[in-house]
Write a protein that binds this ligand. Sequence first.
Ligand code: GTP
Length: 562
Amino acid sequence: MSPPAPSLHDKLNQLRQRFIEQLPVRLQQITAQWQQSRTSPEAEARLAPELHRFFHSLKGTGRSLGFERIAMLADQGETALNNPSVSEEVVELIFTQLAEEQQRLESPPGQQKALAALNSVEFSPAPAQTRSKRQRLIYLCDDEPDQVSQLLHHLRCFGHEVVHFEDTDTFFNAVITRRPDAIIMDVQFPLGHTAGTETLTSLNKLMGERLPSIVLSSHNDFHSRLSAVRAGCNGYFTKPVKPLDLMLAVDELTTPLDDEPLRVMVVDDEPEVAAYHALLLEAAGMVVQQVNHPAEALNALERFSPDLLLVDVYMPVCSGEELASIIRQQPEYVGLPIIYLSSETDSQKQLSAMTAGVEAFITKPVVPEELVSAVKLRAERLRLLRSLMTRDSMTGLYNHSSTTDLISKALAQGYRDNTQHAMAMIDIDHFKSVNDTHGHLAGDQVIITLARLLKTRLRMTDIIGRYGGEEFVILLKGVSDERASELIDTLRIDFEQVEFHAGGARFSCTFSAGVSSFPTQPSTESLRLSADQALYRAKHQGRNQVVTSKEQDDDGFPTAHP
Ligand SMILES: Nc1nc2c(ncn2[C@@H]2O[C@H](COP(=O)(O)OP(=O)(O)OP(=O)(O)O)[C@@H](O)[C@H]2O)c(=O)[nH]1
């Protein structure tokens, strides 16, 4: 069995121990430089910046890692160097005191004390990520068989794992054993006419949280709705329920804003401080890249593509303000949120630093929860803005231009990794007549439903875009065109079984698809053309089918699947 992963507490402790272990060498080096700086006015001028930097960074690291006495002595050292009237003996005394403190920290009681101080920065672990995939675990508790089979069919068609319960007791035990992503609950059972909502109320109390739930009820009156709200329900449907509407509501309830963890780049010339801040952010579920030399920041930005930059203000090669200005000069990073980290408490200086277009200023030593929430708030805002620019507002899929960009990038990567990909172009059949017969709103519902079906059933890594009105483009990564064709065909079969409602009418829709393959088709444009030709063939052959571009028949037309 593999050993348990180290906790935040353990990691921080390792960081602090490394700092204490490295301190004697650092003190030795700086004491030698100090003595050298005493030999002549030239040596003093040459070594002054180095000495300043030592005390400044020792102060910052000491504070961040909770070594208060080290930080205080370093602060005194910095002040002494800035004041010519302070005697050499004072600075030498500070070096001695620093060495004594280092020895004390290395002793067992000192280490124990340091460990105890660490408890103050431990915070509750991030909730376990239960929704790494788009497919959800849904519990449906309903004892009316004719309702249930339709609902089960639609929910499963969208790739969800659905477990059905006929009575509230079995359901109750199942929730405690395995927590679902969403609950669909009938209100009335033989046990009582509000047994469903009562069960939800008890479960929420027991679990200490509101489980995402939707209630199905035969009553549409105010009091029934009020009791559902009081039971903590997120949705309320009156019977008979339209399965598709319920499915969309479940999807809404269980879809997080963004599945990807936030990405943060930390630029700090002090490796221990960068590592400390990285640990705090990683413990909150973010992905962090550390950069210790400002000169490397631009390359790292391009490679890592962060949602936010956390920059130390005082760095030897260039200041945080200078680095922010360099970054802001590049159009692609104009909107990138930057947060300064510094031990500067003077609000006037903070304000002037903010003029470089920086989002916020956090004072070191940071309060862990404050750092995490400041980063989260700003990074999520950028994500939202980015998504408004790259996503289609109706379906949430990538829009035309970002689909093309993402596919081109994936193909470039495909060349480097020598991997194959497949492209599918999907077009809803006779869509004009759906609009003409059932109205534009019903048409929109069909588009949204197909988008949801693609999102829940395909992998997170696949690129899914709405290319035009009722046309979708997908890049299925790392699969052959045969495999892609099989996959799209299962979606086709499920999609034609979805029942739509408009006014009093019920109807269903189909789609046709064309599939092409990379690297047989080497570019985004040739892939698209080839998939488009296959799609044309699918339409020509009678629609509601998937055609690959690989095999050409005698007319030069691609062959239909299967
Ligand atoms: N409701 C709705 N309709 C749209 C949207 N975008 C495009 N359309 C309609 O989609 C229809 C597309 O029709 P056509 O391209 O003629 O093709 P079709 O009727 O789907 O027929 P085939 O593709 O040949 O099976 C047009 O009537 C467009 O107005 C949209 O966002 N919502």
